[in-house]
Design a binder for this molecule. Structure first.
Ligand SMILES: Nc1nc2c(c(=O)[nH]1)N[C@H]1C(S)=C(S)[C@@H](COP(=O)(O)O)O[C@H]1N2
Ligand SMILES: [Mo]
Length: 404
């Protein structure tokens, strides 16, 4: 194999990185836990968790940024609730695994010089994408759940594109490590021969890391990951609701992400002049006053609010069916809809409803939540709620239905 580095330098490098008394003494960080089998287990777990995040994330993306040529179905009604719940849970579960993986590999990052062969350069770029991408995705995802935005870029757009970089690096890394990983995972851990046991220390080669075996280390990582998931997943899974002590939002309290005050809609929503307009690609556009709206037949549906942040709850909503309004206006059968909010200057003030969801009997412009008139913060006087839709697109304070 051709090398990029002259022989004498290579010898020096060899000395520097192995001599325990020299600055870049990689060996000093050697630990029985930094072994290929541990690295392989952590890597394989991360690949599974990240891929779950990637696939569910693609679905979230198409949900949050809908395109008319790929309409998402309206059924099952709780689909997005499940996929987004899994997305966030897998992301949270990956935190301890990622930290452990970084800990096991970081002495290798110290290798100096970083490249000796052309293949090293390729590997470095791949590892950089893997570490950078993985750390960025987990960090930005967790920060977003905590509604902490220490950045200026758009979270959804950046999280989406970096996901491709990270997943691409995972696939490349899996390709290059496939045989090593498979061998490491298959091989039983080697038991040290008696001669290898240092009688003075009274410990095996594995004992160099005070007591924590490889199995114990992996077990600890798995337990940390399990506990973190257990104390947060109740934000979307009602069965574990009371254990969700680390969940930033408590779904039982029916959280509000944007209040009426924040959205600047209080006056417009409570004004006597409030109207709902149905217009656009229709034969008979019309408007309704609040009194006329209340005189219409009402329907109800049990539907979840599922926030992209991972919390969700199911509730009983009642109001007017969107498809009844479309029929009344003489909208075509393939009509999709843009629902406009009284809220101005927000990316959430207009929400797209594809033709499948627009004609679903459970897609409502709701006036009531769990039998009570909507509060201002929940979207009074009218909010959109439909099956298999992300929370961000369940627009509040609706004032116009534009048929497209
Ligand atoms: N007009 C408008 N509607 C909105 C939002 C918004 O910022 N503006 N936030 C959305 C988000 S992110 C979620 S998760 C849900 C939460 O619904 P709730 O506040 O009624 O519980 O409302 C959605 N509806
Ligand atoms: Mo949300």
């Amino acid at each position: 194999m051709s090398t990029l580095i002259p022989r004498p330098l290579e010898d020096l490098v060899e000395r520097v990185t192995t001599d325990p008394d020299l600055p870049l003494r990689q060996k000093r960080f050697s630990s029985a836990l930094r072994d290929p089998r541990v690295a392989a287990w952590l890597g394989a777990s991360l690949a599974v968790l990240f891929t779950i995040c990637f696939v569910t994330g693609l679905f979230s993306h198409i949900q949050q940024h809908p395109v008319s040529w790929l309409p998402v179905p309206a059924r099952p009604a709780g689909l997005y609730r499940v996929t987004q719940g899994v997305h966030v849970a897998a992301g949270i579960a990956s935190v301890p695994v990622l930290l452990a993986k970084l800990w096991t590999i970081w002495p290798r990052v110290l290798t100096f010089p970083p490249f000796r062969r052309v293949s090293d350069v390729v590997e470095r770029v791949e590892v950089l994408a893997l570490i950078g991408g993985g750390v960025f995705q987990v960090f930005s995802g967790v920060a977003n759940i905590a509604q902490w935005y220490p950045w200026r870029f758009s979270f959804t757009v950046t999280h989406f594109w970096v996901a491709w970089v990270a997943e691409g690096a995972i696939v490349a890394h899996l390709g290059s490590k496939w045989f090593v990983t498979r061998r490491s995972l298959r091989r039983r851990p080697r038991r040290p021969a008696l001669s290898e046991i240092d009688p003075a220390l009274g410990a095996s080669a594995e004992g160099s890391h005070a007591g924590l075996s490889r199995r114990g280390f992996l077990g600890t990582v798995a337990a940390a990951s399990g506990v973190l998931t257990f104390v947060t997943v109740g934000q979307t899974w009602p069965l574990l609701r009371r254990f969700a002590v680390l969940a930033p939002r408590k779904p039982a309290a029916q959280p509000i992400n944007r209040s009426a005050r924040n959205a600047g809609v209080i006056t417009a929503a409570t004004a006597a002049s409030y109207q709902l307009a149905v217009s656009g690609r229709v034969a008979r556009p019309f408007t309704l006053s609040l009194a006329e709206l209340r005189a219409l037949p009402t329907e109800s549906a049990e539907l979840p609010i599922a926030c992209v942040e991972g919390w969700s709850y199911s509730a009983r909503w009642s109001g007017v069916r969107l498809r009844d309004l479309l029929a009344r206006a003489g909208a075509p059968g393939d009509a999709a809809v843009r629902v406009h909010s009284l809220e101005a200057h927000s990316i959430y003030s207009v929400s797209f409803v594809n033709h499948i969801q627009a004609h679903d009997p459970d897609t409502l412009l709701a006036t009531h939540l769990d039998g009570r008139l909507l509060s201002l913060d929940h979207g009074y006087p009218l909010r959109l709620i439909g099956p298999d839709r992300p929370g961000v697109n369940q627009t509040k304070w609706v004032t116009r239905v534009e048929v497209v």
